[in-house]
Design a protein. Sequence first.
Length: 335
Amino acid sequence: MNVFELTRKMVDIESITENEMGVGAFLLDYLGELASRTGGQVERMEVGTNRFNVLALWGVPAVTLSTHMDTVPPFFPSREDSDTIWGRGSCDAKGIIAAMIAAVENLLAAGVKNFAVLFVVGEERSSAGAAVAARAPRGSRYLINGEPTENKLALASKGALRLEATAQGRMAHSAYPELGVSAIDALLDALEAIRRVRLPVDPLLGPCTLNIGTISGGRAPNVIPDAAKAEILVRLVGDPAPVRELLQQAAGSRVELKEVLCVPALRLKSVDGFATSVVSFTTDIPVFGKTWGEPLLIGPGSIHVAHTTEERVAKRELFEAVNIYAQLVRKLQAS
């Protein structure tokens, strides 16, 4: 398959996080056939029940190309026009998988070896696949991680701090609110204070931002609510400690703030001759650390359409990415 056909084939295999088995099986077969013809080897790296990473190696890898197989919901299938491929995962990140595989095929045709591809599960939720892979390195000196950066090497990426804010109250009949304590009122007051916090700004990454993503609570309109919860995600640009302190001070005793996840902001490697950018999203890279080598971040597509009903990738960018990945492998191998 060419890179466009391969992108559409994978987009049409639903692989919302925790349901990656179908696309994983496809990649095992596709890479297995390629490896059998070209002297490589393919491994299934177990992550959990019916979940696995796919690793393919040609020689002892100096460079590993990696991205994720899972997507966010909802699933919708592929379509294309003369310029664009549409569908869930087209840019995040099945088009990237296709471009990496096409780059591998080009490198092998030119007699280049000593590299690997590693496709992982769970990036969209917990980086479960990257965590398993981080415990099983293969000596790679560089990890080229693929995410939609419009084919520019990211110089830095923001981190993430995910929190749960939980408020407790006391139920009562809503006709007699003085007999109860509203957990929803307490939560809303805390969230309003949290929204007013002035968060740090970094000269390179820009402002730390905060999103209140979900709110839930209460039992019925005529019942004073005894419990309420909100989920908060902060995009970090530096040390998370002062952010935690600021949010806790704002929340006070009205809610309990529980930390669910903390991923640090990163500064990343650049390579001469490649355009650069700065991104605000978080990737698998902090979970990998440097177990698979010094990380780089680059891929076709725009993050602005990822996670939307308009997800798409330009065919031109996919074609460019094939050459970019092959060039990076050659250049990093020689460094």
